[in-house]
Design a protein around this ligand. Structure first.
Ligand code: HEM
Length: 229
């Protein structure tokens, strides 16, 4: 019997996250921390490289959000206001509605995090330091004043991101301790225990589909860093 063919009431372990989503997540966590550390300790060359890697990762995630497995797709987790409100109304219920993938509130927060991270990297590409010596690869496309403004916004948005990521981790802990739902293990091994009647058929895309996305993401990053005029 497959994961998703269990009888009603029976608990089953279903696969919910594919490898690219899990790798994306944990590499992003590491690079986010590394970018912070390199900025704080003036290792700007490493900070730049980390930012380029984050950019590549985000571009890949956008691609995977369109062609990836069911739970990776934006269309499957960005829900309308009705689903959002209905989910929010039962947020404190125990046990709550189990989602296979991001829940309707989580879906919007994921989208917000991805957009904030993209904006953050975008600002970094145009930013320049006070002496005008160390600058992002696109800083020469704008005036020094504009590049300095981008630097300030880059610093401000980082603080906003810290708050957003703090809320993200707090939400995960709320699920763990209050709702007794371990989302962290699911993001590590890709699987979750759910009642058989919650399980549903999901489509997992072959990993080969990740290759064109990775290649295009790398080429775009190389073009942004070296190919502009
Ligand atoms: C140690 C700290 C962290 C933990 C334990 C954690 C845990 C998780 C978990 C469990 C999910 C899946 C939520 C769900 O089931 O809907 C998730 C999703 C996500 N997290 Fe984190 N997270 C952490 C840090 C971060 C950081 C630092 C960032 C960004 C800088 C981040 C960005 C994201 C994003 C973008 C997603 C959506 C993943 C996707 O759909 O591709 N997380 N996180």
């Amino acid at each position: 019997m497959s994961d998703t063919q269990a009888k009603k009431g029976e608990e089953v372990r279903v696969r919910i996250w594919d490898l690219p989503v899990r790798l994306f997540h944990w590499v992003m966590v590491a690079l986010f921390a590394f970018s912070w550390w390199t900025a704080e300790n003036d290792h700007l060359d490493w900070h730049f490289l980390s930012g380029y890697a984050i950019l590549g990762l985000l571009l890949f995630r956008v691609y995977w959000g369109v062609v990836g497995s069911t739970t990776a797709r934006f269309a499957s987790f960005v829900k309308g206001p009705r689903a959002l409100l209905s989910y929010a109304r039962q947020l404190l219920a125990r046990p709550g509605k189990i989602s296979l993938g991001h829940n309707p509130m989580g879906g919007w927060s994921v989208l917000a995090m991805l957009l904030l991270l993209l904006t953050q990297v975008g600002l970094g590409l145009f930013a320049i330091d006070v002496d005008g010596v160390e600058g992002g690869p696109l800083s020469n496309l704008v005036s020094f004043e504009t590049a300095r403004r981008m630097s300030s916004l880059h610093g401000l948005l980082f603080n906003i991101l810290l708050i957003v990521v703090g809320l993200h981790v707090a939400a995960i802990l709320f699920y763990l301790f209050y709702k007794r739902e371990n989302l962290i293990v699911a993001m590590l091994n890709g699987r979750k225990r759910v009642a058989g009647d919650v399980a549903q058929e999901m489509r997992f895309v072959s990993l080969w589909w990740a290759l064109p996305g990775l290649a295009v993401a790398c080429l775009l990053v190389l073009w942004v860093v070296y190919g502009h005029f």
